[in-house]
Design a protein around this ligand. Structure first.
Ligand code: GNR
Ligand code: NI
Length: 167
């Protein structure tokens, strides 16, 4: 197991589109394990491979209270969505920044599990938000891109200042 460094916005590598996983093998299972460890340690409720500079379509999520429900999604696709909800989002790649984003209320996702088997999952509420947030990462999109240009500029300024202090 290993903790992986998380890319920070506005790192241009966060805008990379991830490639599909061709084969679910031990290397992918190791990536899932390392991403899960990194997510739990952060702590966060989700992590996309993009955020650890691996540009393959792999996501881990755990929205349970007691960190008991690890969900690994490989090559995930949203196959149905409905409704609308607004949630205050945060992102491990944009630390300390929280803002409201409108997303679908429910999604149905199809993905491969760690054995390479296809499964489908219906999600609502926070899990649905998290799935949509993580799939955006795989497309190279960070949640702040839903905010106004003014807010994005302010966020970049804040993070640059913080990076100077912590450097
Ligand atoms: O830990 C996280 N919390 C969160 C809260 C509201 C909406 C989305 C998220 S995902 C985030 C972890 C992360 O950055 N995943 O990419
Ligand atoms: Ni994120």
């Amino acid at each position: 197991m290993a903790l992986l460094p998380i890319l920070r916005y506005p790192d241009p590598r966060l805008h990379t589109r991830a490639a599909p996983v061709r084969e679910v093998n031990d290397e992918i299972r190791q990536l899932v394990a390392d991403m899960a460890e990194t997510m739990y340690e952060a702590p966060g409720i989700g992590l996309a491979a993009t955020q650890v500079n691996v540009h393959q379509r792999v996501v881990v999520i755990d929205t349970s209270e007691d960190k008991s429900a690890l969900l690994a999604l490989i090559n995930p696709e949203i196959i149905a969505r409905s409704g609308e909800q607004v949630c205050e989002e945060g992102c491990l790649s944009v630390p300390g920044i929280y803002d409201k984003v409108s997303r679908a209320e429910t999604v149905r996702v199809r993905a491969l599990d760690q054995q390479g088997k296809t499964f489908e999952l219906d999600a609502e509420g926070l899990l649905a938000v998290c799935i949509q947030h993580e799939l955006d990462h795989l497309e190279g999109k960070v949640f702040v891109e839903y905010l106004s240009q003014l807010k994005q500029t302010r966020i970049k300024g804040k993070l640059a200042k913080k990076a100077r202090i912590t450097a």
